[in-house]
Design a protein around this ligand. Sequence first.
Ligand SMILES: [Zn+2]
Ligand SMILES: [Zn+2]
Length: 210
Amino acid sequence: MKEILLKITSSKINYYLSLLTDLLTAVIFLSLSLYYSKDIFASLALFVVGVIFFTFLEYAVHAWLFHKNHPLKIFIEGHANHHRNPFSYDAMPFFMSLLIASVFAYLLHFIMPLPDALAIVGGMTLGYFNYGIMHHIMHRVEFKDGYWRYMQEFHFVHHKKPKMNHGVTTDIWDRVFGTYYVWSEEDLKGIEKLKRVDEKRPLKAIFDLI
Ligand SMILES: [Zn+2]
Ligand SMILES: [Zn+2]
């Protein structure tokens, strides 16, 4: 059983299906929320709240579940695999984001109207998709400057210094919790290993077809 699960969670098809499920879940939850909502603008605002809240969750899980010592070793070991091999396809089974989002929305509906719960959780799922796709692209595209280059260096520094720079979509929470590391040119030595880029066939590089 463990072997089958490991085979699924490390397969390329599961990895790409997961990204698709994340996006579809966000779209479905937002659509349902807007359809049943009595106040569309409030629902859209809650959706944005969900996206923003996810950035905190992204930090919390990465910094405190993946990189702190605790008895739940499976999380630490699973994530260590990505640090060893940034191009591995480790991901939760593709249906998990839909399942977890449904459970979250179900629990939230006890304390707020269901359309509001769907909007918040839909926003969080979009945040999760954004995290997944940004992280994927960072390891496969050469960014020359600007925000993307900054976030790419920020994340690559995390690969070299795993106790620092945990954010992937934003650096805000590292600044809040004191794990923001100001890197130098010296720190960027060797980061080329963390990128798989083909200047002539950039799209093929993104989709791992090289
Ligand atoms: Zn990475
Ligand atoms: Zn990490």
